[in-house]
Design a protein around this ligand. Structure first.
Ligand code: SF4
Ligand code: SF4
Length: 106
């Protein structure tokens, strides 16, 4: 095989039919608004912790929908529950309440 000095990255495609969404489904029973997130990123742009920890409500919800619960655990430990993300959400989602309920459901 020819060597071109680079290689292809592994596919990042996700087969949603094979993802374990048990935890996300449990969350939506107590927080149905989690389904209304449009992943705009306003919460992440405003987050007090994002700049130095990578915390992002948008990523938290996306990861839960993809069954990547361990990544969410790491991110949530950085949240200070300041509530800034809740104030800027254009969908009016109570993101702070979602974060609290995720921690309760673990
Ligand atoms: S601001 Fe609201 S709609 Fe936008 S990504 Fe965050 S939770 Fe989702
Ligand atoms: S409540 Fe948590 S996720 Fe929301 S802005 Fe504050 S530190 Fe960031």
């Amino acid at each position: 095989m020819n060597k071109f000095g680079f290689s292809l990255s592994p596919s990042s495609a996700i087969n949603l039919d094979q993802v374990d969404r048990t935890f996300f489904n449990k969350l939506t029973e107590v927080e149905p608004d989690a389904l209304r997130c449009m992943a705009c990123g306003s919460c992440s742009a405003t987050c007090t912790a994002a700049g130095y920890t990578g915390m992002s409500v948008r990523k938290v919800l996306l990861n839960l929908q993809r069954g990547r619960n361990e990544e969410v655990r790491k991110m949530l430990s950085a949240c200070m529950l300041c509530g800034k993300c809740t104030m800027v959400c254009p969908r009016g989602i109570n993101t702070r309440s979602i974060i609290l309920n995720i921690s309760k459901l673990w």
